[in-house]
Design a protein around this ligand. Structure first.
Ligand SMILES: Cc1ncc(C[n+]2csc(CCOP(=O)(O)OP(=O)(O)O)c2C)c(N)n1
Ligand code: SF4
Ligand SMILES: [Mg+2]
Length: 347
């Protein structure tokens, strides 16, 4: 009997770095927590894309999910903000240094409750950063109360049923003008890997709402965010392939079967629709898809919306090419003469 050997992944990436260069501290989360699976995929995606570790800015708020940023790219920059305040920090980081690749990792509590206001303004500004919500439907760190993304009818361990409608983070993001909106599941590693690489290549806010089961407080029968429920109910809307800008595209499918989305940096997302030729570049269709899914209580995953032509916040502000943080003081301080002139103009 002959067996076909699976090709080994390369030990070094295009920068000559190993996966170790992209790892972080040892996780202190519960064994089996969905958040740790997402950490592994982020680590792999940054390695595969050949991102310079010292160019990574890792941002978070408060929660088990917000601890994630400590567990990858240890040599990157890090800022663990106050609960729900990560979007303001992310906006400031990108305004100060447009050369950084910012990745925010938050939780459903951090984003959809205390941080909802900040989150909305990040989305409408299209600040160039990756924003991952590790969504488990509960406040894991404070012992498992329902969060605002808990599904109507979901049950807590103590038998309490959620009687409030869930905040749909993807729906909110599309409504507010976010230019890359995806939903995934920590148990669907292939899809998550492709979406993360797409998010790295995107120029604008890339929101990934990733269902990430809390094994300690929300993984029981009756929960709609458990591993079992998510595995049994996940409906991917596409098969997603990602071709980075530094690799050649191989055409495998017949033309027409695959939608090719050319990304800003020259990478390509290759989408094979599994749901009625779904086109994620059509905003109205995306909103309809989500409205429909809410009504039917379907758990759809994949790239829900993308607009590669949307203008990101820094382009809109027309900031100078050199990062503001590295400009000499002579260029950032107008000086007394300039102030005197302004004052004179006001009299
Ligand atoms: C201002 C403030 N209010 C409340 C808290 C308490 N608190 C800490 S984490 C958290 C919620 C975390 O939930 P989530 O963002 O979903 O993260 P998870 O732990 O589920 O990953 C809350 C309410 C706090 N730390 N600061
Ligand atoms: S409490 Fe839940 S969310 Fe927090 S580390 Fe444990 S399993 Fe993960
Ligand atoms: Mg949570």
């Amino acid at each position: 009997m002959s067996s076909v050997a699976t090709p080994k992944p390369p030990a070094t990436n295009r920068l000559g770095l190993t996966i170790k260069d992209y790892s972080g501290l040892k996780s202190t989360l519960c064994v089996g927590c969905g958040h740790d699976v997402i950490t592994r995929q982020i680590t792999q995606a940054f390695f595969d894309m050949g991102v310079e570790p010292h160019n990574v800015a890792k941002l978070s708020g408060i929660g088990c999910s917000s601890k994630t940023t400590a567990y990858f790219v240890e040599s990157g920059h890090g800022f663990n903000a106050v609960h729900g305040r990560m979007p303001a920090i992310g906006t400031g980081v990108m305004l100060a240094n447009k050369n950084l690749i910012s990745i925010g990792v938050s939780g459903d509590g951090d984003t959809a409750s205390i941080g909802a206001g900040q989150f909305m303004h990040l989305l409408r500004r299209n600040v160039p950063m990756i924003y991952i919500v590790e969504n488990n439907g509960v406040y894991g760190l404070t012992k498992g109360q329902f969060s605002a993304t808990a599904d109507y009818g979901s049950k807590l361990k103590n038998g309490v049923i959620n009687d409030l409608p869930a905040v749909d983070l993807c729906g909110l993001a599309i409504e507010l003008g976010c230019s890359f909106v995806a939903r995934s599941f920590s148990g669907d590693m292939k899809q998550l890997a492709a979406l993360l690489k797409g998010a790295v290549a995107h120029k604008g806010t890339a929101l990934l709402d990733v269902i990430s089961p809390c094994v300690t407080f929300n993984n029981h029968e009756g929960s709609t965010k458990s591993y079992k429920y998510s595995k049994d109910h996940e409906i991917p809307i596409q098969e997603i392939g990602f071709v980075p800008f530094f690799e050649e595209i191989q055409i495998e499918q017949a033309p027409g079967q695959v939608q090719d989305v050319a990304m800003h940096d020259g990478s390509h997302l290759r989408l094979k629709a599994l749901r009625e030729d779904y086109d994620p570049t059509n905003r109205r269709n995306a909103m309809e898809l989500l409205a429909d899914a809410r009504e039917k209580q379907e758990f759809l995953t994949g790239l829900i919306y993308i607009d590669e032509k949307a203008v990101d916040f820094l382009t809109l502000l027309d900031t100078v090419d050199e990062p503001l943080a590295t400009l000499p003081e002579s260029k950032t301080r107008p000086g007394k003469a300039a102030f005197d002139e302004i004052m004179a103009g006001l009299t």
